[in-house]
Write a protein that binds this ligand. Structure first.
Ligand code: PXL
Length: 267
């Protein structure tokens, strides 16, 4: 019986203000009713104004985190977040091939909502070639999709094309998230491309708020939580989009600038 409770792991960086990264993932796992473990890859000193310092964990420490978790827990789904550079990506990929942690959600974290870079440019190719082929679901925002698909996205058609480009790199399912950065926009449209090439547009109303930190982490963590509970990919993505929309719609006042979304409102 002890192994029946769904267990999920986030392989990500710590954000000290709790708004994003590993902390947002754990908040999400808790709210989605799964047990959350965490493999720490990096740590940033952050607040709602931005990231002020960052360090990477030693790779042999990351190896040990994977090993001891795999020896003791039955992880049913995993997600990745901040991976900093090629060395960390190599380490994570090596371990994901060593241990079976179930379906993998890859959130290809490149830049924070404050505009701080969390992935070295030299690592884009490593991400494309090594990690993306392991992804059950890949969840880039439009900026990450532009960088990884090496194209600009200025229309629905380009957003759709980027998803096909990223699927061609080996991700089974791809969601390319729409822009959420203009007071003029009425909706936020995400494009989903499933394994069998089914295409879905998911739309929610645009919410004018600065409290959107942790949005991408929460979306990918929700998908991982649903997959760990045996939910199919399409439903997991739909559930995640709704969860994030509610968490953005009901702001909480935490931090003075770009604060966190509200995980309590997600249900
Ligand atoms: O939301 C992207 C993200 C991921 N991981 C860490 C972060 C952030 C954004 O601030 O700090 C550690």
């Amino acid at each position: 019986m002890t192994e029946q409770f769904p267990q999920v792991v986030t392989i990500a960086g710590s954000d000290s203000d709790g708004s994003a990264g590993l902390q947002a993932d754990l908040h999400t796992f808790f709210r989605r009713g799964v047990y959350g473990a965490s493999i720490l890859t990096a740590a940033v000193a952050g607040n709602s104004y931005g990231i002020h310092a960052a360090i990477n964990m030693p790779t042999d420490f990351i190896d040990t985190e994977f090993k001891v978790l795999a020896e003791d827990y039955q992880i049913r789904a995993a997600k990745t977040g901040m991976l900093s550079d090629s060395e960390l990506i190599h380490t994570v990929v090596k371990n994901l091939k060593l241990y079976d942690f179930g379906p993998l959600v890859v959130d290809p974290v490149i830049m924070t909502k404050h505009g701080n870079m969390l992935l070295e440019e030299e690592a884009y190719e490593t991400l494309r070639k090594e990690l993306i082929p392991l992804a059950t679901v890949l969840t880039p925002n439009f900026f990450e999709a532009e960088k990884l698909a090496e194209m600009t996205i200025t229309s629905d058609e380009e957003q759709r094309r980027a998803a096909y480009e990223l699927k061609a790199l080996g991700a089974k399912n791809v969601i390319v998230k729409g822009r959420h950065d203009s007071e003029e926009q009425k909706e936020v449209k995400d494009f989903v491309l499933l394994e069998d090439d089914t295409e879905i547009w998911l739309s929610e109303s645009y919410i004018a708020t600065d409290r959107v930190n942790g949005t991408g982490d929460t979306l990918s963590a929700t998908i991982a939580a649903e997959l760990a509970r045996g939910i199919d990919v399409e439903t997991a993505i739909r559930v995640a989009k709704k969860f994030v929309h509610r968490a953005i719609s009901n702001e909480i006042e935490v931090g003075h600038k770009y604060g966190p979304i509200n995980h309590w409102a997600g249900e």
